[in-house]
Design a protein around this ligand. Structure first.
Ligand code: TYM
Length: 326
């Protein structure tokens, strides 16, 4: 039997941080063992907020390089830039004709982003392009962080609506959201999620940060006025956030962390958190430095070529369903 398909994407703007890693990219890598995986650097999504055309190709290349360094394996999985596979945009258009504006108005990320960056039609229809990404290859499962849950619900909805109107074409994709790490919070404001676009670099740890930076960021992480290391998101969000990170990098349970660090004060715990993050990220930095840039370009072009070939078959099926076939 054919393996089940996984699809996921990441925006190339700004640097990839440990929230991306713990919420989604860890799963991207792990799922390659079992699934037919398709991973995409979503450059068309990224241009819904202003981009610098001179810097953008470098950022996109860098995102691809980080993914490869983390273990996305082009020998087993498809990896490419979204804009190099035009079938994404065509399917997005077709899906936009069945998406209701009422439903689009309820998308919370649009509201947050529009408040910050100003709105445009691309930003508004962003979730439809995301649905097209997922449905294009008929993905069964989608590894993402918690913030993408609403977009996944829209995707399932659009798939159902398409199937009802034009005939059974799309499977309903399931989100794969980790129990721990699905929403890593800012180190400076534990009520806001860690984000690439946060203007304060102290709010996040990047995959490629050097050890001194990581130690500084963790040391400065906002906690609370108590001293007890205890897992309690309501009362101790800053500490709980660090505990999630520690747990994910070491495999220790919250109980084990409390037993080891509970009364030792935040200083000792933070030092341990920083050292585990440094050790966990070190192999990625090494792999990143060893990667050849021309090789990365070659991998991305080969990925796009293979993705286009696969997408054409699916594209034709959709065209036929809606009456657009030659
Ligand atoms: P993006 O680029 O913002 O983030 C990439 C992945 O990282 C997850 N993530 C987090 N997880 C835990 N804690 C955090 N603080 C955190 N911040 C980000 C995101 O949930 C995501 O899984 N719209 C998507 C990109 C996209 C996509 C797709 C994803 C486009 N098409 C199709 C899946 C399937 C986005 O902006 O992710």
């Amino acid at each position: 039997m054919a393996r089940k398909k996984v699809f996921s994407g990441i925006q190339p703007t700004g640097n990839i941080h440990i929230g991306n890693y713990l919420g989604a990219l860890r799963n991207w890598v792990a799922l390659q063992e079992e699934y037919d995986c398709i991973y995409c650097v979503v450059d068309l999504h990224a241009i819904t907020v202003p981009q610098d055309p001179a810097a953008f190709p470098g950022e996109r290349h860098d995102a691809a390089k980080v993914l490869l360094a983390m273990g996305v394996d082009p020998g087993r999985s498809l990896l490419y830039y979204q804009s190099r596979v035009p079938q994404h945009a065509e399917l997005a258009w077709i899906l936009s004709t069945i998406a209701s504006t009422g439903q689009m108005n309820r998308m919370t990320q649009f509201k947050e982003k529009a408040d910050k960056a100003g709105s445009n039609l691309g930003l508004y229809s962003y979730p439809v392009l995301m649905a097209a990404d997922i449905l294009l290859f008929r993905a069964d499962a989608v590894p993402v962080g918690e913030d993408q849950k609403q977009h996944l619900e829209l995707t399932r909805d659009l798939a159902e609506r398409f199937n009802a109107r034009f005939g059974e074409e799309f499977p309903l994709p399931e989100p794969i959201i980790p129990k721990t790490g699905a929403r890593i919070m800012s180190l400076q404001d534990p009520t806001a999620k860690m984000s690439k676009s946060d203007p304060d670099p102290a709010s996040r740890i990047l995959i490629l940060d050097d050890p001194a930076t990581i130690r500084r960021r963790v040391k400065r992480a906002v906690t609370d006025s108590e001293t007890e290391v205890r897992f309690d998101w309501e009362k101790k969000a800053g500490v709980s956030n660090l505990m999630e990170m520690y747990s994910l990098f070491t495999g220790a349970s919250m109980e084990q962390i409390e037993a080891e660090f509970g009364t030792g004060g935040y200083g000792r715990f933070k030092e341990a958190v920083a050292e585990e993050i440094i050790a966990g990220l070190a192999p990625f930095r090494r792999a990143y430095e060893a990667l050849d840039d021309a090789e990365v370009d070659r991998i991305m072009e080969a990925g796009a070529e293979a993705a286009r070939r696969r997408a054409e078959v699916y594209q034709e099926a959709v065209r036929r369903r809606v009456g657009l076939s030659a």
